[in-house]
Ligand binder design. Sequence first.
Ligand code: SF4
Length: 376
Amino acid sequence: MKKVGLYKTKVDLLMYGVNITIATLNCYCGTYKENNYGYNNPNQSDSKEFLSSLPTELLLDNEIIVSFRYNPSSSYCIKSDGKDLKLYHGDNVICKVHLSKRPSFWKCQCKSGIPMKRIGSVYGLSTLTFFLVNYCEYFKNNQQCKFCSIQSTYDKMKSVEFKKKVEDIVDVIKQTKVEDDNYSFLNFIGGSLYDSDSEFLSYINCIRKICDELRCEQLNGYVVSMPPYSKELLKELRFAGINGVKFNLEVSSEDLFAQICPGKSVYGYKNIESKLLEAVDIFGKNHVYTNMILGLEPLENIVLKVESLAKCGIGVALHIYHCDFNSSLKPIEMKDTDVVDVYYEIDKINKKYGIIPWLDKKSSRGCLSWDLYLGT
Ligand code: SF4
């Protein structure tokens, strides 16, 4: 299939999801990366057993990777012909698909006895990810981001450790070095405590310990979090040994941010923006990113915001909204072809201002940025 058609297919799979049966999945059991629900649940099912068997990503032709989002009502479906898995739209075969490979370290245990699958998640094919806690204080006062299902996902699946110990994280990282899992990025994700300075300190301590244990000066990766209040902590993080940060703005305006992310609004949209700017001074261009969600506001607002951030050296990871199971927040009406066009516009902006998309093509499962950037 031509790559332009595949771009639309990728966008469709992200917007509308895909159907698959347990019988099809059973043929591949143990070989593919099943979703370990390290954060949220993008799949439209209530069955814990079925959810546990769903894959995390699909690989299409041209090495295009796409997040798997189960939707039994989607017009897309994956079936096996006994030899290969194929993606169908209605009765038409679109292309062959593969499931992303199960990380080798997932069969191992930490020295503490905890299975490594409960500690480390893998984002795409190249990013090893740790959520230091699977908990968010904003839920206490009903101030959580309206799109987020971290709490209900954790309560239902309990498939990851609530709090990860640094020693277990170190064990996982070391194990990835002895297995054939070669990860290009190490991400530490959080941003869910009101006291973002103390949360930031936990990243700093964790990264320091990892660098000590691995005897390295710097990790290639990102802390994805709310920014600290203190500029000194940003500098400390840099010197602790990680080379990037990502502070998520989610939407293009302060007003919408207050509606969608009431808890994070306590810190303030403008304050996050100014911390992104400070971070560019400290970490440098192409090491500082934010995100925007396509599906919560008119697309043209996002394009304007992406350009204004790109001018300042801040890259935007532009992800397509997925409606988590039972979420009350429904996406706005969008045409898939308009979404593809927006990605082309953003690609032009990135190239004009010398912005490299976030992570790499192998991890670019929720957006088209790397596919277009490389033209593959
Ligand atoms: S800050 Fe928002 S997105 Fe992050 S865990 Fe809390 S509610 Fe979810």
